[in-house]
Design a protein around this ligand. Structure first.
Ligand SMILES: Nc1ncnc2c1ncn2[C@@H]1O[C@H](COP(=O)(O)OP(=O)(O)OP(=O)(O)O)[C@@H](O)[C@H]1O
Ligand SMILES: O=P(O)(O)OC[C@H]1O[C@H](OP(=O)(O)OP(=O)(O)O)[C@H](O)[C@@H]1O
Length: 214
């Protein structure tokens, strides 16, 4: 049995066409079913639904053989023990610094002021500001980062941006792009050895589908 870990929502939705290229069709809809283990048209392949931030952990510890996870999540997790053969180029967005429209970020950085930064992505934020030599106090949040500068919790946030509509709706502006983000295929190293053939064929089919879209 091959087990693939996905998260509900955009990762699941955007992985479906890649699975189709490997001849795999998920036979249940995660939006209408409460099941966490979904069958496929292939008796030897199943999908497990986990929190997006838990995908690397499931694959690292062998709860799943493969998984699809954002580069953001992978960097925060550390990626230990994971083989990362493919950038799937799905769920594309960017990791950025954003502030209130009336906050002068450039001057604060230039003057070496200490900035409070709220984020779910503390590893990425810590490295980014350390590389720039900017002193920050990081405040760990688990969601709704946009609220932090509006309530005085922080001057800046580090969050994912795609269309920019969430920032706009909250009167925030993007002042720095930290990195481009897309999702990766991650594979358990032991599973790759023990189940080499079926895993290789999934990796190859995904790679072909990614190339065909480029
Ligand atoms: N607006 C977006 N546009 C495109 N891709 C995105 C966007 N937001 C997040 N992503 C990517 O999709 C991945 C999954 O995001 P999703 O919103 O499904 O989970 P999450 O809410 O961040 O995770 P968790 O439930 O574990 O807190 C993210 O890790 C990121 O790589
Ligand atoms: O620039 P935008 O297109 O507005 O996307 C950015 C938003 O998307 C992510 O949240 P979430 O996963 O909640 O996004 P969703 O509402 O698209 O699911 C992210 O944390 C931002 O809040």
């Amino acid at each position: 049995m091959i087990t693939l870990a996905l998260s509900k929502g955009r990762i699941f939705d955007e992985t479906l066409p890649l699975l189709a290229a490997a001849g795999i069709a998920v036979t249940e809809d995660p939006e209408t079913s409460r099941k966490l283990i979904l069958g496929t048209n292939q008796p030897g392949v199943r999908v497990v639904l986990v929190r997006a931030s838990d995908v690397p952990t499931y694959v690292q510890h062998g709860g799943a053989d493969l998984g699809v996870t954002g580069k953001d999540t992978l960097l925060e997790h550390g990626g230990e023990g994971l083989y990362q053969p493919l950038d799937l180029k799905i769920a594309r967005c960017r990791m950025s610094v954003a502030v209130r429209a009336d906050f002068d970020y450039a001057t604060a950085v230039r003057q070496g002021s200490r900035i409070r930064v709220a984020t779910k992505y503390t590893q990425i934020a810590r490295r980014h500001f350390a590389d720039k030599g900017v002193h920050v106090d990081l405040i760990k949040l688990y969601g709704s980062m946009e609220l932090a500068p509006l309530t005085g919790l922080a001057e800046a946030i580090v969050d994912l941006v795609s269309t920019g509509s969430t920032l706009r709706a909250n009167h925030l502006v993007e002042v720095e792009e930290i990195m481009r983000i897309s999702s990766r295929l991650v594979v358990n190293q032991a599973a790759l050895k023990l189940k080499r053939e079926p895993i290789r064929s999934i990796i190859d089919a995904f790679a072909g589908a990614v190339d065909a879209r480029a």
